[in-house]
Design a protein around this ligand. Structure first.
Ligand SMILES: Nc1nc2c(ncn2[C@@H]2O[C@H](COP(=O)(O)OP(=O)(O)OP(=O)(O)O)[C@@H](O)[C@H]2O)c(=O)[nH]1
Ligand SMILES: [Mg+2]
Length: 195
């Protein structure tokens, strides 16, 4: 999945969002779940999105253009307790306003750590997206951290808990497992949405 990808722009508030052009896929999930790492792994561009062991690394909305065809949008992670309350309260409206109003939004890639499974935030978030008719692709990240049998169990559990029609993907930015089928599903979504 070697893609030509480039950083476009960051925004700290809706007024700074770039004008909508190409279809966009938003990458959403708990802080430290591996959003930025997955963007890099999927596009085969190691240094594209900044990653960190410290949760809360990505505090802005970042746009990355892929193959001139669509945008991957790296959203700030939620659920990180140690950032200040002010910071947390500014993220939620930022994420919600992006997801509610973005005309070019083709879908959401929701990431969940394979070892944690869906938590309250995800259980709330999936029906919220469904009510807005926003297509969702779910991937369980850090698949390399679990043996295959356990991983498959987590896939089945997450599907059931979230009421998904299809199995979530299991992916690893570290060893590349599961990236190809995930990438195909994402590209397909962007092709459905006319810019
Ligand atoms: N073992 C393993 N570690 C991973 C994987 N993906 C990410 N990580 C590690 O998890 C940590 C967080 O990764 P990021 O990609 O920065 O996570 P993020 O979701 O962008 O985090 P925020 O920007 O803080 O919300 C880093 O230490 C990564 O190296 C994976 O597939 N396997
Ligand atoms: Mg990040």
């Amino acid at each position: 999945m070697k893609a030509v990808a480039r950083f476009v722009i960051s925004a700290a508030k809706p007024e700074q969002f770039p004008a909508p052009t190409l279809p966009e896929l938003a990458v959403v999930g708990r802080s430290n779940v591996g959003k930025s790492s997955l963007i890099n792994a999927l596009t085969g561009n190691a240094g594209l999105a900044r990653t960190s062991r410290t949760p809360g690394r990505t505090r802005l909305v970042n746009w990355f253009e892929v193959n001139g065809n669509f945008m991957l949008v790296d959203l700030p992670g939620y659920g990180y307790a140690e950032v200040s309350r002010d910071m947390r309260e500014s993220w939620r409206p930022l994420i919600e306003s992006y997801l509610s109003d973005r005309k070019t939004l083709a879908g959401v890639l929701l990431l969940i750590d394979v070892r944690r499974g869906p938590q309250d935030e995800e259980l709330d978030f999936v029906p919220w997206l469904e009510a807005k008719n926003i297509p969702i692709v779910v991937a369980l990240t850090k698949a390399d951290k679990l043996p295959k049998a356990k991983r498959n169990l987590e896939v089945a559990k997450a599907k059931k808990a979230l009421g998904l029609k299809r199995d979530p993907f299991a992916s690893s930015a570290q060893d590349g497992e599961g990236l190809e089928p995930l990438w195909r599903a994402l590209v397909k979504l962007t092709e459905k949405k006319p810019a």
